[in-house]
Design a protein around this ligand. Structure first.
Ligand SMILES: Nc1ncnc2c1ncn2[C@@H]1O[C@H](COP(=O)(O)OP(=O)(O)OP(=O)(O)O)[C@@H](O)[C@H]1O
Length: 281
């Protein structure tokens, strides 16, 4: 393990924000923390980054180095009136690090930012700011990266590009990466492990794909002639154009696809639909 949160609890006055939270992330792993607004994700990440203290419990970092953990909370804190290279220089100076032009180029390349852009950061898109924030977090060669809602404010292309960067950092640099989001889709496409958080407690944890399948109560099947199916009459179905949303468990899916193909209904896509009520129960 690179980082372990052990039995963390935190209250603000009478409001208990974290209640005995346990979480672990190992090298090369991407762990997602899923929770509604106010579930306690940011508080948890602030504690893991050492920005605030828990009332009880501990964070154990199994990594050497000056600053074995880095991250972005809420949104990247950047100097908007400087350019990317100047931001990297200034953050290095603040942290007592010497940085060369070669290292600046290397960091910008690593996060996929152009090395020849000299315009001010205030003109950057949110996706570019996130990338620069990650480059700054990587200055100290951390073993663990904590990203709080990194996809918020990004368009679908920006989300896809940032997802690729995060996966590359986990795979190539073997970083332990913690990501929070209130959108399951954003986490399910990237995380190995998922923690579901509700009202300050971890209510579910495990492999992301297992959590999704365990909490899937229907599947959406697409086929041009799906409405004509006789086999579907045996199921609870909601039709939306050429899509049939069928209340069915994961292990019944192959049988239904077989029945549909016998009726010459050939499925072009089959998408699991998560039951959010079940997930947060
Ligand atoms: N410094 C603070 N003082 C008092 N209450 C706080 C403080 N910080 C957070 N809270 C409260 O703690 C609860 C959890 O907040 P937190 O920001 O950790 O949740 P979150 O899951 O990150 O939510 P969001 O997705 O909306 O950012 C909220 O009710 C919030 O209002």
């Amino acid at each position: 393990m690179i980082v372990s949160a052990i039995d963390l609890s935190k209250s603000y006055g009478k409001l208990q924000v974290l209640n005995s939270v346990n979480l672990q992330c190992k090298a090369g792993e991407i762990c997602g923390v899923l929770g509604a607004n106010g579930a306690g994700k940011t508080t948890l990440f602030k504690i893991i980054l050492g920005l605030i203290q828990p009332d009880s419990g501990a964070v154990v970092l199994h990594a050497q180095g000056v600053k074995p953990i880095g991250g972005i909370i809420e949104k990247p804190a950047l100097y908007e009136y400087l350019n990317a290279a100047e931001n990297l220089k200034l953050f290095s100076k603040i942290q007592g690090l010497k940085i060369t032009s070669e290292t600046i180029e290397e960091k910008l390349n690593q996060v996929g930012l152009a090395t020849d852009r000299t315009d001010l950061v205030k003109h950057y898109s949110m996706g570019m700011k996130q990338r620069l924030g990650i480059a700054i977090a990587l200055l100290n060669h951390p073993k663990c990266l904590v990203l709080d809602e990194p996809f918020s404010g990004l368009d679908p292309l920006g989300i896809t590009a940032l997802r690729k960067l995060i996966i590359d950092l986990a795979e190539q640099e073997q970083l332990a990466i913690l990501i929070s989001s209130h959108i399951i889709d954003q986490l399910s496409k990237i995380c190995n492990t998922m923690y579901v958080m509700s009202k300050g407690k971890i209510i579910k944890s495990g492999l992301a794909q297992d959590i999704i399948l365990e909490n899937t109560t229907s599947f959406s099947f697409s086929a041009p002639n799906i409405k004509s199916s006789k086999a579907l009459k045996a199921y609870d179905v909601l039709f939306k154009g050429e899509i049939a949303q069928v209340a069915i468990s994961t292990n019944e899916v192959p049988k239904l696809i077989q029945e549909l193909s016998e009726e010459h209904i050939y499925i072009t896509s089959c998408v699991p639909e998560l039951d959010m009520d079940k997930l947060f129960q």
